[in-house]
Each structure stands twice: as C-alpha cells, then as structure tokens.
Design a protein around this ligand. Structure first.
Ligand SMILES: Nc1nc2c(ncn2[C@@H]2O[C@H](COP(=O)(O)OP(=O)(O)OP(=O)(O)O)[C@@H](O)[C@H]2O)c(=O)[nH]1
Ligand SMILES: [Mg+2]
Ligand SMILES: [Zn+2]
Length: 314
C-alpha cells in the first residue's frame, strides 16, 4: 500500500494515532491516546521510526500493531560521522545536556550537543550534575560561568542522587509542558535524574548494572516517559550515553550561530568570508588576543571549522 503521493489508499477504520515511546533496533513501542501501549512494526521494513514521532498505526492484534506512516516532524536531533547518521529523537522542545566531573568531564561533548540542538532550532538546558563531588569543582565552576555569562546558556546545577528533592524542584519547572531529551555521556546521571522526576519510570542506573555486571553503558534503549509537571503534560526521553557527538552534518554557519561568544566579534573582519582561523585583519583573533574570548572555546571553534573544511574537500 502506498503511504505517500496521490495514490494513497484509505486507511481501514481501525487506524489510530500513536506516539513512539521506545525503539530498540527494529523493535518499536507506541502509546495511543488512551494510554495503551503496543509493540509496533514499521510497514515495508523501513527503519525510519524515532522516539517522539507521531505515527498512524493499524491492525492492532492483541498488543501488536503496524506503523503505516509518520507525521511530519517539527525537528529531529541526530548525530553523524562520515559514514552514517544516528537519530536521537524527534519533536523536542528542549535538549537537556547532562554533564558531571565523573566518570570524566568533557566540555567538547557539551559544546557539540549545543551545536546539534541549535542547528535544529531546539532550546537547550545544560545540567551540571553531581555537585556533591569535590573533584574538579573549580573546573566545573569556571565552565558554568563561561556557559552562562559568555554563551548565554541556561545552566541548572544539581545533585540527582544526593539531593533528589532539590533536583526535582529545579527541573520540574524547566521541563513543565515540554518534551525533553536527556543526552550526555555514559554515567553522567541521566537515568538518575529521570527517576527523581518520574519515579514510576524505575530506570536502571549504574548501581544496578554493576551489581549484575552488565558493562559500562547502563541505558540501552531510548525511551519516552510521560508525566505531569506543574499541571502540564510533559515528557522526558532517556537515552543511552555515547562518547562522541559527531557533527559531520553541520556547516560553519551552524557552528558560529551556536557560539555567540565568538560570533559577537565578527563585525570588524577585513574579509566578508573570513573563517576567523588564519586570515589577516580578523577581529575575532584580535578579540582572542585581547583576552575577550576563552582560549578553550576558540580552540574548539577552530577545530570544528577545520573538520568541516576537510570534509568539504573530500
Ligand atoms: N555522587 C553522585 N553520583 C551520582 C549523581 N547522580 C547520579 N550518580 C551516579 O552516577 C552513576 C551513573 O548514573 P546513571 O543515572 O546510571 O547515568 P546515565 O547517564 O544514565 O548512564 P548511561 O545510561 O550509561 O548513559 C550512578 O552510580 C549514579 O548513582 C549525583 O548527583 N552525585
Ligand atoms: Mg542511563
Ligand atoms: Zn575573522
């Protein structure tokens, strides 16, 4: 049966709308308006279904249904490398990037996640978790100051495991009425944060996987949980941690748009197409030399531009 174009056949009477709440390889789960959950298979063996998609399903037999079509998406967050793209979730209002001093703090991961979200016009919240840990406290403080004062990002500081009530109060307000994706490297505390806000989710956290020796990555599927925060319908999507936020799909302009601390200095450059890397008369480099731009941020910016130009010349 054709799903698009002029020759679309009418769907049977039992067709229904649903939300994709979980994907695991080719296995999908959808929830309908009555809150019933079905295992759902995509018609035609396509593998284009993403958590957050609104879909039309048919033939619910018991708790198994078929996904006939996917409604147009408002946005789609994904990462990519030279060879492939990996969709994370769709129809998002907020990307919450979780970072912490342990297992390892990686500012580039956070900055790349911000670029990915901004490129799709999705709002960002940075969540500094594990504030109870003394390790690298100064590094974390400096990073948060930079992100707030120089980059204009919203940063929430919390301790999901030691002060869950506080974490809940801060995040309920930020998440109310929104569809929120939690992203971050493995072990940063995404599932712990989810459990603080939606205890019924009962998501596995590292203690559990350590006890069972399940290995490093605790969360293995992307799952959407619905909740009511401050009386508003909201949802949180927990996703498996990963190490590299590949951005093979972004342009130099996308990078600059997501880096206001750099972009604010581009006005006086001699060349209209200045890349702010090695051109003479560059006002960004002047600002860098005058100490008006963070060295770490500039190093990140120039590496991103280098990677993008290398890709173009492939
Ligand atoms: N000290 C401290 N530990 C925390 C905090 N939040 C989470 N943890 C611990 O950090 C570990 C990892 O937490 P998870 O919630 O499983 O991390 P995750 O980001 O979901 O990891 P993946 O599912 O592998 O991507 C667990 O042992 C948590 O108890 C916190 O605020 N402080
Ligand atoms: Mg997890
Ligand atoms: Zn320049």
């Amino acid at each position: 049966m054709a799903k698009t174009g002029k020759h679309r056949e009418p769907l049977p009477d039992d067709a229904f709308q649903a939300l994709v709440t979980r994907t695991h390889g080719r296995h999908h789960f959808v929830t309908d308006a009555q809150g019933r959950t079905f295992e759902a298979h995509r018609r035609g063996k396509k593998s284009d279904v993403v958590v957050g998609d609104q879909v039309t399903c048919t033939a619910a037999q018991g708790d198994v249904a078929a996904i006939e079509s996917i409604a147009p998406r408002r946005n789609l967050l994904y990462r990519s490398d030279e060879w492939r793209t990996k969709e994370l979730a769709s129809n998002l209002d907020l990307v919450a990037v979780v970072f912490a001093p342990r297992p390892a703090f990686n500012p580039w991961f956070v900055w790349k996640a911000v670029i990915a979200a901004r490129t799709e016009d999705i709002d960002v919240l940075l969540i500094r978790n594990k504030t109870d840990m003394a390790e690298d406290r100064d590094v974390m403080d400096d990073f948060c100051r930079l992100m707030q004062a120089e980059c204009g990002e919203d940063v929430a500081c919390l301790s999901a495991s030691e002060r869950p009530e506080e974490a809940r109060a801060v995040l309920e307000e930020k998440f109310a009425g929104k569809s929120v994706l939690l992203v971050g490297q493995s072990g940063m505390g995404k599932s712990t944060i989810l459990n603080d806000l939606i205890p019924e989710a009962n998501a596995r956290t590292r203690e559990y996987s350590q006890a069972l020796n399940l290995g490093k990555q605790t969360t293995t599927t992307t799952t959407l949980y619905e909740a009511s925060f401050l009386g508003k319908k909201s949802s949180i999507i927990d996703s498996p941690g990963f190490q590299e936020f590949g951005l093979a799909h972004v342009t130099a302009l996308d990078v600059l748009r997501a880096m206001p601390d750099i972009a604010r200095h581009v006005e006086g450059c001699r060349f209209y197409n200045c890349t702010h890397t090695n051109e003479p008369g560059c006002s960004v480099r002047k600002a860098l030399e005058a100490g008006l731009i963070s060295k770490a941020r500039y190093a990140f910016y120039s590496e991103m531009i280098k990677l993008i130009s290398e890709q173009k010349s492939l």
